[in-house]
Ligand binder design. Structure first.
Ligand SMILES: [Zn+2]
Length: 451
C-alpha cells in the first residue's frame, strides 16, 4: 500500500467540485413519473456469514484473546470447543444452499485470531490442508457468496508496517473495540487495503469488507471513505460495499445506504455502500454456544417474525449469523435453524423474494441512487453511472413496443400478460403505467417506442 497515493487521491477528491448526495438525488428524481422498483419486482434477501475463514474455529482462538482484555466478560470454556470447523461441513452447507438458491456473504478472516496467514501458512494444519480449504472456498463458495475480509485478525490490531500485533492487550489495540474509532479515512483505508491484499494474494476477489465487532461504529464516515479507497486501490474502481450495522428496530429503515462517491460523471466512478443486517444472530451465536430460535425470524404459522416484518416493508432482508454458531461444535444447530427459515420463507413468499449477494444488492442500490431520466422526443433518455442487471422500474408513459438503444446495441422488450411475473427484457402494461425490466447499461441509453 502506497500511503502517498491515498493522500493524493483524497486531496484530489476534496478539490473536485461534487454536488452533495442530496442535490444529486433531487436531480436524479426530478422526473417524478419514474418509480424504481426492487430487482424483478421482488424483495432481496441474503445471508451474512461472519467469523468464517479457512479451517480455524475463530471462537476457539478468539475467546481467550477477548478474555485477556475483558476477563469478567468472556468466561466461555473455550478449551472444550473444536479448534477446527472442517471443510466437509463447508461443503455440506454450500451444497444445501446451492440447491435452495441461497446467496450471501462469507468472511475469510485473513489472519484469523493471529493463528497464521491465509496466504502463507497456519500452524496446526499442513500447507496442503490450507490450500485445499482455500480452493474449496474459491471453487464452491464464491459462486453465490461474496468473500470479505473481516479486517485482519478479528482480534489484535496489527501494525501494518511490521505485520506484528501491537503488544498491548487493551481495547485500544483490538479490532473489535477502540482502535478504529478515532482513525482518519487514510489510516483506516490502509488497514482495510492490507486485509484485502492478503485475500488477493490468497486468490480471492472482494468488493467489500465486514467489520469485526464494533470496528468503526463511531467513525462511519471515515469507514465508508476508507472502504471505497481500499477496494479501489486493490481491485479497481466501481461499487464497493461494507457490512457494519444491524438494525432490529421495526421503526428504522434497513435499506442499503450509499455513503460516499467520487468521479461519478467520469468513466470510472466509485461509491461506497453501507449494507445493513436486519436480524441479530438468532442461529447459534458468535461463540457457537448461544442457541438461537427459528421463530424470531419467521414463525411456524408464517404470520410473524423479523423477516416477515422487513420483507413486507419491501426493503432487503439480510440475516446475520456467525460460522461457529452455524456449525455449533458439530451439532449444526444454527444450520438447522437456517434450513427451517429458508423453507418457511419459500413457503410464504415463493417467487416474490430473490436471493442476492451483498455485491449485487449494493450494485442495484448504487444504480438506483445515481440513475437519471430525461424525456426525449422518442421516449426516455437514461443516464447511469453504474449499470446493473434486472433493473426494474415503472413509468406513467405507456409504451407499445419499448426498445432499448445503447451504442450499437438494440434490445427489444417482450410484453407479458398482467398475470405473469416480470422477467428480464420484458414489460407489463396497464391503463396507468408501463413496468419495465432490463439490464441497465452504464452510460447513456435511450428507451424508445417502436410503434
Ligand atoms: Zn465477526
Amino acid at each position: 500500500m502506497d500511503r502517498r497515493k491515498f493522500i493524493q487521491s483524497s486531496a484530489l477528491s476534496a478539490l473536485a467540485i461534487q454536488p452533495s448526495l442530496k442535490s444529486l438525488q433531487n436531480m436524479t428524481y426530478q422526473d417524478s413519473e419514474v418509480n424504481i422498483l426492487n430487482p424483478l419486482d421482488r424483495v432481496p434477501v441474503s445471508m451474512i456469514i461472519d467469523d468464517s475463514t479457512a479451517l480455524v474455529n475463530l471462537a476457539y482462538y478468539g475467546i481467550p484473546q477477548f478474555g485477556e482484555v475483558f476477563p469478567k466478560k468472556y468466561l466461555q470454556d473455550w478449551r472444550k470447543l473444536p479448534r477446527e470447523i472442517p471443510d466437509a461441513f463447508v461443503m455440506e452447507f454450500i451444497e444445501w444452499c446451492d440447491a435452495h438458491g441461497v446467496k450471501g456473504k462469507y468472511s475469510m478472516v485473513p489472519y484469523p485470531a493471529c493463528t497464521g496467514w491465509l496466504h502463507r501458512f497456519i500452524p496446526g494444519w499442513s500447507k496442503q490442508e490450507l490450500k485445499q480449504s482455500l480452493d474449496l472456498v474459491r471453487n464452491e463458495v464464491t459462486r453465490n457468496w461474496d468473500i470479505h475480509p473481516e479486517m485482519i485478525s478479528h482480534t489484535r490490531v496489527i501494525d501494518i508496517k511490521t505485520g506484528l500485533p501491537f503488544p498491548q492487550a487493551t481495547p485500544d489495540y483490538m479490532e473489535n473495540w477502540e482502535w478504529s474509532q478515532n482513525k482518519s479515512a487514510d489510516e483506516l483505508g490502509e488497514y482495510l487495503a492490507y486485509a484485502l491484499n492478503v485475500l488477493k494474494e490468497a486468490g480471492y476477489t472482494c468488493e467489500g469488507v465486514t467489520t469485526p465487532g464494533g470496528f468503526g461504529s463511531k467513525n462511519m464516515s471515515n469507514l465508508a471513505s476508507a472502504n471505497m479507497e481500499a477496494v479501489d486501490e486493490v481491485y479497481g474502481s466501481g461499487v464497493s460495499h461494507f457490512f457494519r450495522n444491524v438494525i432490529v428496530d421495526k421503526e428504522q429503515s434497513v435499506a442499503p445506504e450509499v455513503m460516499k462517491y467520487k468521479n461519478i460523471q467520469s468513466d470510472n466512478p466509485s461509491c461506497s455502500v453501507h449494507i445493513i443486517g436486519c436480524t441479530a444472530d438468532w442461529f447459534g451465536g458468535w461463540d457457537g454456544l448461544t442457541p438461537g430460535d427459528t421463530e424470531r425470524f419467521i414463525t411456524k404459522d408464517l404470520q410473524s417474525g423479523r423477516m416477515i416484518e422487513v420483507i413486507d416493508s419491501g426493503e432487503p432482508a439480510l440475516m446475520v449469523c456467525h460460522w461457529p454458531g452455524i456449525y455449533y461444535n458439530g451439532d449444526k444447530l444454527g444450520f438447522n435453524i437456517f434450513k427451517t427459515v429458508v423453507d418457511r420463507l419459500d413457503q410464504k413468499y415463493g417467487n416474490s423474494i430473490i436471493w442476492m449477494k451483498l455485491s449485487e444488492i449494493a450494485q442495484y442500490w448504487a444504480a438506483k441512487e445515481f440513475v437519471s431520466f430525461e424525456q426525449s422526443e422518442r421516449g426516455l433518455i437514461i443516464n447511469a453511472p453504474f449499470g446493473v442487471n434486472d433493473f426494474t422500474f415503472s413509468l406513467k408513459k405507456r409504451f407499445r413496443h419499448p426498445v432499448l438503444l445503447n451504442g450499437n446495441n438494440t434490445t427489444s422488450l417482450t410484453e407479458l400478460s398482467s398475470t405473469e411475473n416480470i422477467k428480464n427484457n420484458s414489460f407489463l402494461r396497464n391503463k396507468k403505467q408501463t413496468t419495465v425490466c432490463m439490464d441497465l447499461p452504464n452510460g447513456r441509453s435511450e428507451l424508445v417506442d417502436n410503434q
